[in-house]
Design a protein around this ligand. Structure first.
Ligand code: ATP
Ligand code: MG
Length: 223
């Protein structure tokens, strides 16, 4: 059976139910991966759309409601190749279920079976900050400053809860309809016991970590 969990916001969940995304349970089929994905999309009455992006352990695809193609969501599909992948998925949905901040990605629901995790979130048609950076036009300074302030506000919020993201980079920053930045991808985020906790081992994306994370000595993720 698919295990189904609602997202953090009751209102969003209600809207989701009202919006013809009828959620039913289906038996987990013993088929290959692609067919298992199909079973998931069918069970959520979703039509699978194009790939929006991919990462180390899966991909994010666009999906629309079967009965109303204008209702769209992003679906992150993680293949549990190792226990670590499953742990990261559970950790990400655990954070996103509880976090409530306008500059942090809103999870709508998630589902999983033994081999895959599926996370449904708001779809951002403008893509990521990385997509903007790769366009021909340079990003103007006021716009950059606004994005920095947006991400800083998301980080201040999670740091207050002793959560550190570890993977802040343009590919993990989505842009909404008002060109405001929204922090996503909590796959390697972790929570410390308190604000004075020190971290020795960091998981980061090469090229985006501070030089201090390579010094191999305990450091605060919050200072
Ligand atoms: N809600 C969304 N709306 C639109 N595009 C999205 C959304 N979520 C993710 N994407 C796209 O999918 C890409 C991968 O998403 P995400 O970072 O969550 O996955 P990941 O597998 O953890 O990636 P990585 O390992 O590269 O960090 C993003 O960089 C972005 O291009
Ligand atoms: Mg990412």
């Amino acid at each position: 059976m698919w295990s189904l969990f609602s997202g953090r916001s009751e209102d969003t969940y209600r809207l989701w139910r009202l919006s013809s995304f009828h959620i039913t349970e289906v038996a987990r089929p013993s088929m290959d991966a692609v067919e298992q994905h199909d079973a998931f999309f069918n069970s959520f009455n979703l039509v699978r759309g194009p790939c929006l992006g991919s990462g180390a352990v899966g991909e994010v695809v666009l999906a629309s409601a079967k009965h109303n193609s204008s209702l769209k969501v992003a679906v992150k599909i993680v293949t549990f190749e190792t226990e670590g992948c499953k742990g990261d998925f559970l950790s990400e949905v655990g954070f996103l279920r509880d976090l409530r901040h306008p500059r942090i990605l809103e999870m709508i629901a998630f589902a999983m079976d033994d081999h895959h995790g599926f996370m449904l979130s708001t779809y951002f048609k403008n893509g990521t900050l990385r997509d903007t950076m790769s366009s021909d036009h340079p990003v103007e300074e006021p716009r950059i400053l606004r994005h920095i302030l947006d991400v800083a506000s998301a980080l201040r919020y999670i740091h207050g809860l002793h959560i550190f993201h570890q993977d802040v980079k343009p590919r993990n920053i989505l842009l909404d309809d008002q060109d405001r930045a929204v922090l996503a991808d909590f796959g390697i985020a972790r929570q410390a016991s308190d604000s004075s906790a020190m971290v020795m081992k960091w998981r980061t994306t090469p090229g985006y970590s501070g030089p201090e994370t390579r010094k191999r000595r305990p450091m605060s993720p919050f200072k």
